[in-house]
Ligand binder design. Structure first.
Ligand code: UD1
Length: 419
């Protein structure tokens, strides 16, 4: 078991290069099953969720090589269509393999991903979409058993713009007969990245970034090479860390437009932000001030994944900051831990009210989910004294060497491996 120890109070200073996006690379790795050839992915982050996706691909019969940030996947040797529970439970987003396996083999058996740290995470919209395309789906004993002699393109309206459902349907539609039109589709940048990868496979897909995505099915594709987009949530986290520690840092290798809601919020809090083509520079004031309410919404709204780090940055801001969480019902678990540092946070259903305090103090804390865990680091950087953080496996799912990156920015942070 590892812990992360942070001694707060050192302003971050320097440059950090942002790695590839977890939420892009995972669906693209699933999509690589559609190719009966080799996929080469660049800018692939070193994350435990990526390792879990590699284990699934290998289990399915694919051959996978990894060399630093480059991953090669040969899916021509795929010979299975089921994913056992041990592999499914490692990563909730493994459900994204459903559409791809079904499209490639005509059947798929996966165990239910179930709930997770953020509360219940149903997949009814994924299944509804696949059923409308002609899949027969039975849910038995915790398994989802899907069969489709032939998937056919159709019009699918999503009740909510679910990211995962949009991706699953895009994957299933990529190899089926006819045209699929998804309305009320998710508009996140990761959908756009998936579209670009599918286009490299030869699939005719358009509309990503708008509420209507159209996919024209295509036969097997051979090989593709793709560069994964930078991670907008990791970008938001490092900006929040700079704000919390009164720092001055430069993010490199970013797409600023993907997290402009976050830079806008930090500007309102008094940070000086300069946006370049692929860079963002942030200089935090001595004391932040509370800005307008931060209300999470589907993209292009404020991302739910950036809510915990921004809350951590707001703890010492002058005034009261209001957060409204509209995407997940159980997304304030970090707030309970933050109170241990002296934060003043009141929670009423989907609303959290943070009253800025003068000082925060390091404390033993436990990460209970990925972005909530990152938020605890952000707060600890702005606190006095030592924080020992456990539950760091959650953070390893989505941040490639966060300890190395923050120490290169001058933070007093280390990872301690314990028996
Ligand atoms: C993805 C991201 C996650 C992010 C989330 C919202 C990945 C791997 N994960 O998760 O980091 O926090 O988008 O931006 O990309 N819902 C249903 N039925 C469904 C599917 C979803 O009711 O079939 C609900 C969910 O419970 C949730 C909301 O829709 O309240 C959004 O979920 P969704 O967009 O599907 O999130 P994920 O794809 O799971």
């Amino acid at each position: 078991m590892s812990i992360i120890r942070i001694v707060g109070g050192n302003p971050l200073e320097g440059t950090v290069s942002i790695h590839g996006a977890k939420n892009s690379v995972l669906p693209i790795m699933a999509a690589s099953l559609l190719a009966e050839g080799e996929t080469i992915l660049h800018n692939c982050p070193n994350l435990s969720d990526v390792d879990a996706a590699i284990r699934i691909l290998v289990h399915l019969g694919c051959r996978v090589w990894r060399d630093g940030e480059k991953v090669a996947i040969d899916s021509s040797t795929l010979d299975k269509s089921e994913i056992p529970h041990e592999l499914m439970r490692e990563m909730r987003s493994s459900v994204i393999f459903l559409g791809a396996i079904l499209a490639r083999t005509g059947e798929a058996v996966l165990s239910m991903p179930g709930g997770c740290e953020l509360g219940p995470r149903p997949i009814d919209l994924h299944l509804k979409g696949l059923r409308e395309m002609g899949a027969e789906i039975n849910e038995e004993g915790g398994n989802i058993i899907c069969k489709a002699k032939k998937l056919r393109g159709c019009r699918i309206n999503l009740d909510l713009p679910s990211v995962g459902a949009t991706e699953n349907i895009m994957l299933a539609a990529s190899r089926c007969e006819g045209t699929t039109i998804i309305t009320n589709a998710a508009r996140e940048p990761e959908i756009w990245d998936l579209q670009n990868y599918l286009r490299r496979l030869g699939v005719k897909v358009s509309g990503a970034g708008t509420p209507v995505v159209t996919i024209e099915g295509h036969g097997p594709a051979q090989s593709a090479e793709h560069w994964v987009i930078p991670d907008r949530i990791v970008s938001a986290t490092y900006l929040a860390a700079a704000a919390s520690s009164q720092g001055h840092i430069l993010l490199e290798n970013v797409v600023p437009a993907h997290f402009s809601t976050v830079t806008d919020a930090l500007t309102e809090m008094g940070c000086d932000i300069k946006v370049g083509r692929t860079t963002v520079e942030i200089r935090a004031p001595r004391r932040l001030k509370a800005g307008r309410p931060i209300i999470t919404r589907p993209y292009p709204g404020f991302p739910t994944d950036a809510q915990p780090p921004l809350m951590a940055a707001s703890l010492k801001a002058e005034g009261t900051t209001v957060f409204v969480e509209n995407i997940f019902e159980n997304r304030y678990r970090h707030a309970h831990e933050l109170r241990r540092m002296g934060a003043d946070i009141k929670i009423e259903g989907r609303v959290a009210i943070v009253s800025g305090v003068d000082r925060l103090f390091g404390a033993p804390m436990t990460a209970t989910d990925l972005r909530g865990g990152a938020a605890l680091i952000v707060a600890a950087l702005g606190a006095e004294g030592v924080t020992d953080l456990s539950g760091v496996a959650h953070i390893d799912r989505g941040y490639d060497d966060i300890v190395g990156a923050l120490s290169s920015l001058g933070a007093h942070i280390m990872r301690i491996d314990r028996e």
